[in-house]
Design a protein around this ligand. Structure first.
Ligand code: FAD
Length: 412
C-alpha cells in the first residue's frame, strides 16, 4: 500500500532510503535544512568498507586510549571544553568493550555488513552506477613484525566471517600492489573486495537526481519537532507544519535533537573527522591505503588524493581545529615519499556515533510511524544501501533482512 513518507536528512542515509522507499511504491518527500549531501556524506573517504566488521570498542581499548590522548594532534582527541560532556558516552563505550558485549556487537556488525554489501549490489544495478565506483581494494599497512603480529587476531576474525584477504609479509609484496611507499612499511593486509566511490558527494547527488527523476521531491527545510497524531506524524518545521503517514529520521549527528522531541533520549555523539584533498597528480595512488596505527587513510577522490581520518570527540558547536588535518598531512608526507602536499582543500565532518558502534535502525518508542535510521559512525556510506532496505522492510511490515535487536533505539 502506498504511503506518504517524509525522510528527514538528505545525506547518504536519507537519500538512499528515499530511493528505496520510492522503489517500493511509496510517495516520498525529503527535507533537509542545508540541501543534498551538505554534511558528513560530502567529504568522507568514499569507502565501502565491508571488511571493517570489528566494533571500535574492542576489549582492552580503554587501556590504549590514554596513550593516544597524550598527543594533542594524535588519532584521538578530546578538546578540554568538551571533556566533561563526553564522559557519559565514554562510559557507555567502555561498557560496550566488555568481552561478552563485544562478541554480540561483532556478530551484529558482521551481519549488517553482509546484508549491506548485497543491498549495494542491487542498488548499483538499479541506478546504473558502476561507473562511479573504483574496485581497487584496500591495503592496511604495518611498521614491523610486532605491529603486524598484533593485527593478526583481527585478520583471523575476518577469516571466520568469510572475508577474503591476503597477508603480505615483505616490502616487495607491498610494492607489487602499491609502489613508492616508505620502507617503514614491512607488512600489510590486502582486501581485494573493498571498493570506493569516485567522489562521495557526487555519489549522493547522483542518487538524489535519480530519485527526483522518478518523481521524488527534495525540499530545503529545517525540522524542529515530531509528534504522533491519529494516522501518522505531525512535523513542525521552521516556517510551517505538515503531516505524514510515516517519518524516517536520517538527520546524521543531529538526529537526537529530533528523537528528544518524541521522548527517546539516545546517546548520540559526534566523532569529528578531518581531511585534506590534494589535486590530481599529488601521488600515484593505486588503491585505498589504511594506516591503522595512525588512525588515517589515503584514498583516491576524483583523481586526486584525500588524506584524512582521526577522531575528535568535540560535539557539534566547537569550531574546527584544522591543525588536525595539517598533522595528518605531515604524517602522510613521510609515509608516501614524494607526495605533493600543495593546493589541498581542508574539511571537517561530523560522524554520527553511538557508543557501541552500531547505528539505530528501528521505530520510535512512542509510535511505529516514526522510524529511526542514524548513527552509522565511520560506516554510513558503507551501510547506506543495507539501511535503506531495512527501513523499507519496517515500513512495509515485512520481517527485516537481518535481526534488528542490536540496532533498536531502546537498547541503551
Ligand atoms: C573524515 C571522515 C571519513 C569518513 N569516511 C567514511 C568512509 O570511507 N566510508 C563510510 O562508510 N563512512 C565514512 N565516514 C562516515 C560517513 O561520512 C557518515 O557515517 C555518513 O556520511 C552519515 O550519513 P548521514 O546521512 O547519516 O548524515 P549526514 O551526511 O551528516 O546527513 C545528515 C543530514 O541531516 C540534515 N539535518 C540534520 N538535522 C536536520 C533537521 N532538524 N532538519 C532538516 N535537516 C536536518 C543535515 O543538514 C544533513 O544534511 C567518514 C566520516 C568522516 C568524518
Amino acid at each position: 500500500m502506498t504511503q506518504q513518507v517524509v525522510v528527514i536528512g538528505a545525506g547518504v542515509i536519507g537519500i538512499t532510503t528515499a530511493l528505496e522507499l520510492q522503489r517500493r511504491g511509496h510517495s516520498v518527500l525529503v527535507l533537509d535544512r542545508d540541501g543534498v549531501a551538505a554534511q558528513a556524506s560530502a567529504g568522507n573517504a568514499g569507502a565501502f568498507a565491508f571488511p571493517e566488521i570489528e566494533p571500535l570498542a574492542t576489549p582492552g581499548i580503554m587501556r590504549k586510549a590514554p596513550k593516544w590522548l597524550v598527543d594533542p594532534l594524535g588519532p584521538l582527541s578530546i578538546p578540554p571544553a568538551y571533556a566533561l560532556k563526553i564522559v557519559p558516552w565514554l562510559f557507555r563505550f567502555w561498557r560496550a568493550s566488555r568481552p561478552a558485549k563485544y562478541q554480540t556487537l561483532l556478530g551484529a556488525q558482521a551481519s549488517m555488513m553482509t546484508h549491506s554489501a548485497s543491498a549495494l549490489a542491487r542498488l548499483i544495478t538499479d541506478i546504473d552506477a558502476e561507473g562511479m565506483l573504483q574496485r581497487d581494494g584496500q591495503m592496511q599497512l604495518y611498521e614491523g613484525e610486532a605491529e603486524y603480529r598484533a593485527s593478526l587476531p583481527t585478520w583471523e576474525l575476518r577469516r571466520q566471517y568469510g572475508i577474503e584477504f591476503d597477508l603480505l609479509e615483505s616490502r616487495e609484496a607491498i610494492a607489487e600492489i602499491q609502489p613508492g611507499l616508505s620502507p617503514r612499511f614491512t607488512h600489510a593486509g590486502f582486501t581485494p573486495n573493498w571498493m570506493n566511490v569516485v567522489d562521495p558527494k557526487k555519489w549522493v547527488e547522483h542518487l538524489a537526481k535519480v530519485f527526483e527523476g522518478r518523481g521524488g521531491r527534495i525540499e530545503r527545510r529545517e525540522v524542529r519537532t515530531l509528534s504522533p497524531v491519529e494516522e501518522g506524524v505531525q512535523i513542525v518545521m521552521a516556517t510551517k507544519e505538515a503531516a505524514a503517514q510515516k517519518v524516517v529520521v536520517c538527520a546524521g549527528a543531529w538526529s537526537h535533537h529530533l528523537t528528544n522531541t518524541l521522548g527517546d533520549h539516545i546517546p548520540l555523539e559526534t566523532e569529528r573527522g578531518y581531511n585534506t584533498t590534494l589535486p590530481q597528480g599529488a601521488f600515484d595512488l593505486r588503491l585505498h591505503l589504511t594506516f591503522p596505527n595512525h588512525g588515517f587513510v589515503a584514498t583516491r577522490i576524483n583523481g586526486g588524493v584525500r588524506i584524512g581520518g582521526a577522531v575528535e570527540l568535540g560535539g557539534l558547536s566547537l569550531p574546527p581545529n584544522y591543525r588536525r588535518a595539517d598533522a595528518l598531512l605531515m604524517k602522510a608526507e613521510k609515509f608516501l615519499p614524494g607526495l605533493k602536499t600543495g593546493g589541498g582543500t581542508q574539511w571537517m565532518g561530523f560522524r554520527p556515533s553511538l557508543p557501541d558502534s552500531l547505528p539505530v535502525i528501528g521505530t520510535a518508542k512512542q509510535t511505529p510511524d516514526v522510524i529511526y535510521a542514524f548513527g552509522h559512525g565511520h560506516l554510513g556510506l558503507t551501510q547506506s544501501a543495507g539501511t535503506a532496505e531495512l527501513v523499507g522492510a519496517i515500513i512495509d511490515g515485512q520481517s527485516p533482512q537481518i535481526s534488528l535487536t542490536s540496532f533498536s533505539a531502546t537498547r541503551f
